[in-house]
Design a binder for this molecule. Structure first.
Ligand code: ZN
Length: 229
C-alpha cells in the first residue's frame, strides 16, 4: 500500500493513544515522493535567551514512492513518532538512534509485535554520517536521451539485470562496477528495477574509484583498474 493522509492521521491518533500514552501533540503529517527515506521528522528549532528550546513546524513526512506492506508503513510512522517523543522529552539521546530510541523501539516491538528498525529512515544528517564501507554492485546506465543514472543490484539479481538491462528500449549503454563509495549507502536496493539519478560530479568520482565488473563463463567478478602488461 501507499500511505494516504487519512491513513496517517488515523494511525497517528491510534498509536499515540496505545503506545505513547497520548502524550504526543498533533503535528503536521504529510506525504512525500522522497526516494531517500521512508519517513522523516522535521522541525524548526528556536533557542530563547531564557527557558527551554522551542520546536515549531514539526512535520512527519512519509514517502509514498514505494508500494509497501501496510505494517511497514505503520512501522515507519511509529519510528518517526519515537523520534518526536524523544525530541519533546526531557532527555537527550546519545545519538540519532541511541539508547533512548532503541529502548522505546524494543518496548514497542515486544509489547505490540511490531518490527520497527533503525534502517530506511535516514535523515540527510544521518546519510551524511553513514560512512561505512559497503560493496555496491553498480550499473551506470546511459539512456538514449543521453541521461545517466545508476541501478544498484543485489548479489541475487545482478545476473538477471546484467542480461536484461541492455535490451531495454531506452538503454544506450550499461557499465557495471564494484564500488565501496559511501555515498551509495543512501540508496535502497528495491527488488524491482529502479534507476536513480545521481549528481554527475559524484558519479564521475565513484566511477574513477570503482573496479569494473566483468562477466566470464557466467561468473561476475571485479577486475583491477590497472591492466597488467
Ligand atoms: Zn530515525
Amino acid at each position: 500500500m501507499r500511505a494516504t493522509l487519512d491513513f496517517l492521521h488515523e494511525r497517528y491518533a491510534w498509536f499515540n493513544a496505545t503506545m505513547f500514552g497520548s502524550e504526543l501533540p498533533q503535528v503536521r503529517l504529510r506525504l512525500s515522493r522522497a526516494r531517500t527515506y521512508l519517513g522523516q521528522l522535521r522541525y524548526k528549532r528556536t533557542r530563547p535567551l531564557f527557558g527551554r528550546t522551542k520546536y515549531t513546524d514539526i512535520t512527519i513526512s512519509v514517502s509514498t514512492l514505494y508500494d509497501l506492506p501496510e505494517a511497514e508503513v505503520e512501522d515507519t510512522l511509529i519510528h518517526e513518532m519515537i523520534h518526536l517523543q524523544i525530541l519533546l522529552g526531557p532527555q537527550r539521546d546519545n545519538s540519532t538512534h541511541g539508547i533512548l530510541f532503541r529502548a522505546k523501539m524494543r518496548e514497542i516491538n515486544e509489547q505490540f509485535g511490531r518490527h520497527i528498525t533503525v534502517s530506511h529512515h535516514a535523515t540527510e544528517q544521518e546519510r551524511q554520517q553513514d560512512r561505512r564501507k559497503r560493496n555496491h554492485l553498480l550499473c551506470v546506465c546511459t539512456l538514449a536521451s543521453g541521461k545517466q543514472g545508476i541501478i544498484l543490484a543485489r548479489p541475487s539479481n545482478i545476473s538477471a539485470l546484467w542480461q536484461r538491462l541492455p535490451s531495454l528500449p531506452d538503454m544506450a549503454n550499461c557499465c557495471w562496477y564494484l564500488s565501496t563509495d559511501s555515498y551509495l549507502n543512501r540508496y535502497p536496493r528495491p527488488l524491482t528495477m529502479k534507476i536513480y539519478s545521481i549528481p554527475s560530479d559524484i558519479l564521475t568520482r565513484i566511477i574513477a574509484e570503482a573496479r569494473p565488473l566483468v562477466r566470464q563463463n557466467g561468473h561476475i567478478f571485479p577486475v583491477s583498474k590497472k591492466i597488467p602488461r
